[in-house]
Design a protein around this ligand. Structure first.
Ligand code: ZN
Length: 261
């Protein structure tokens, strides 16, 4: 498996060979566009339209670095979000959370990132998909394991059937962290902290290695995991990066949806 570029009319996206288009429409957006932006520019919305022209509805989140996951269905073309035991929580506007899952065709599931890692999970047998936003807080709390638990409980998914693509995020080359965070990670994910690059720098965290460990622990076979090797922070032409660009950093769209419906 590998990531490859997908050239649309306006935007460059990355895709994983894990997911044939006929089974799962998907894309990891980049910041590269081929046309003049509209006025005012709306790159996220436009990127979405290009990635998902056939989506019947689009589900978003107000991302908060949590482990909250919402299941999505469509009602009258609009997404309905449900969470909790017996679906106690219901929302009709994008709720606070960091993962979306669905078994319903036609719903574009979206997360937005700039250094945090976007994940797409897909079971081609049960036809269930999920997208996850996993930064340092979500990765430490193993949000991906929590999503896997929901896929198993709600949809009868077998972990060995899950295919997982981890999109572009900040890699160990650029992700300096303080010693407190390094210690927290060392106890949860041994061997994912790299030594400082120089006398005035801090330890570096390999979040992708933590996600690999999380997926393996959750039962996703290594041959069904695909990791984008590119670092958001040291590829400024390709990616937005919070660490590099600060508050003015844009966001990349990651989208997945089940065709049909
Ligand atoms: Zn880097």
């Amino acid at each position: 498996m590998a990531f490859y570029p997908s050239y649309g009319n306006k935007f460059l996206a990355l895709k994983s060979t894990l997911f044939p288009d006929g089974e799962l429409v998907h894309g990891f957006g980049t910041r590269i566009r081929f046309d003049e932006p509209t006025d005012p520019p709306a790159p996220e919305r436009e990127c979405l339209q290009e990635l998902a022209p056939a989506a019947a509805g689009v589900a978003w989140l107000r991302q908060i670095h949590s482990t909250a996951a919402w299941r999505v269905t469509l009602a009258g073309g609009d997404p309905v979000y449900r969470a909790g035991d017996n679906d106690a929580a219901v929302a009709h506007e994008p709720p606070e959370g960091d993962a979306l899952l669905t078994a319903a065709p036609g719903i574009g599931l979206v997360v937005r990132t700039a250094d945090c890692f976007p994940l797409i999970l897909f079971d081609p047998h049960r036809r269930v998909a999920a997208v996850v936003h996993s930064g340092w807080r979500g990765t430490l709390a193993r949000i991906t394991s929590r999503v896997m638990d929901q896929l198993i409980r709600r949809f009868g998914v077998r972990p060995a059937d899950i295919h997982a693509a981890v999109g572009p995020g900040i890699q160990g080359c650029c992700y300096e962290v303080d010693h407190r965070l390094a210690d927290m990670y060392t106890s949860e994910f041994p061997d994912t902290i790299q030594p400082p690059a120089g006398p005035r720098s801090g330890p570096r965290l390999d979040l992708a290695a933590c996600l690999r460990r999380t997926l393996l622990d959750a039962g996703v076979p290594a041959r069904q995991q695909d990791f984008c090797p590119l670092c958001t922070a040291c590829n400024p032409l390709l990616f937005h990066s919070w660490r590099r660009d600060g508050r003015q950093a844009g966001r990349m769209i990651t989208l997945a949806f089940l065709p049909g419906g």
